[in-house]
Write a protein that binds this ligand. Structure first.
Ligand code: ZN
Ligand code: ZN
Length: 355
């Protein structure tokens, strides 16, 4: 006999999608559950009950045999078999270490929605971050030049900011905040791939190298230092660009003078990102320790491209703890007001920048 389940079919489908993403299953497997959720949401309880009673769920768009089975079981108050299997397989803590640090983490400065190369709508990312206990999440979709990832033009980003406002208005007094951000490409010459006017309207800016990762070390150092010196930059994203595992294959780290780059970060108060994605593990341990010794601040980020990946922070926390980094130097443990003051401190025209 199945266990009881009272959270309803939408919660069951969302939880299944979340666990699949968290378990790094292929996105096509997840899509069915996300699509079925979208179909179910606008349906009235009476219509849903009728479809269950008549066995006509699979006539609805986006609902197939396996999602229909989940829905029927959830509607009948039974734990869906698929959900029970996934809870067993994927719900356990992802790593043994870093738990104390993870408990101190309040936010995440790097995430993507389906406006660029993420798989889910903005509101689903925000809702999941809230459910995970985050106090803030920065939405950082890609900048224009990254066309392969549907980077946002200034016009699209302007429209996205209205959506961010709407999501925050909808979440109301929950205490959670979705923050306006960008993952802006660092161009070959170190400039940032978005207008200053647009960058100034954002609350947190992650700057990352995504192209010409193999350029010579001197040129890469100049490029990265220039980006770090840019007053709009708050976080240096996945600094080496390496890939250590995963379906995109592996890629060596870029070569640059890490001491020069991290010293610039320390002087400017730019956070070195600890990118939690399992295929990145960036920066590598030796560089993480160098940045620690130089006195940098850090941001432990998920770089989530799907809601379930927001839980990847556990990986970054384990690495930061192993490297002995003081939580006080990790900006994502700071309350949102402190975080925002830090992120605005070097902006042209701010009191701190004019000192
Ligand atoms: Zn990136
Ligand atoms: Zn990213």
């Amino acid at each position: 006999m199945s266990a009881l389940y009272s959270a309803g079919p939408v919660a069951a489908l969302r939880r299944i999608a979340f666990l699949l993403e968290r378990g790094r299953e292929d996105s096509y497997k997840v899509k069915a559950f996300r699509s079925a959720t979208a179909t179910l949401l606008p349906l009235s309880a009476a219509d849903l009950a009728a479809h269950v009673a008549n066995g006509t769920l699979t006539t609805l768009p986006g609902i197939g045999a396996s999602t229909a089975k989940v829905i029927v079981q959830a509607v009948q108050g039974e734990m869906p078999d698929r959900l029970a299997d996934l809870e067993e397989k994927y719900a356990a803590p992802m790593v043994a270490g870093g738990r104390d640090l993870l408990a101190l983490v309040r936010g995440d400065l790097h995430s993507h929605s389906d406006w660029s190369d993420g798989g889910s709508p903005i509101e689903e990312m925000a809702m999941t971050a809230m459910e995970l206990g985050r106090e803030y999440l920065v939405l950082t979709d890609h900048s224009p030049r990254l066309t392969i990832a549907h980077g946002l033009s200034a016009e699209r980003l302007t429209r996205q900011l209205d959506v961010v406002d709407a999501v925050n208005a909808h979440l109301g007094s929950s205490g959670f905040r979705l923050l306006r951000g960008i993952e802006v490409d660092i161009l070959d010459n170190g400039a940032l791939d978005q207008t200053d006017t647009m960058l100034a309207q954002l609350e947190v800016r992650v700057a990352s190298v995504h192209s010409k990762l193999a350029m010579d070390a001197d040129a890469m150092t100049r490029r990265m230092v220039a980006a770090v010196r840019n007053p709009f930059t708050n976080v240096l994203g996945h600094c080496t660009g390496r890939l250590v595992t995963g379906n995109r294959g592996t890629r060596p780290q870029s070569r640059f003078d890490a001491r020069a780059v991290f010293e610039a970060c320390a002087e400017e108060g730019v956070a070195v990102e600890i990118n939690s994605r399992p295929e990145r593990r960036d920066p590598p341990t030796r560089l993480l320790e160098l940045a620690r010794d130089i006195g940098c601040v850090f941001s432990i980020d998920s770089d989530a491209h799907a809601p379930g990946q927001l839980d990847f922070l556990a990986y970054g926390c384990e690495r930061a703890e192993q490297a002995g980094i003081d939580p006080e130097r990790i900006v994502t443990t700071w309350p949102v007001d402190r975080l925002l003051a830090w992120a605005a401190a070097r902006l042209p025209g701010s009191a701190a920048a004019n000192k």
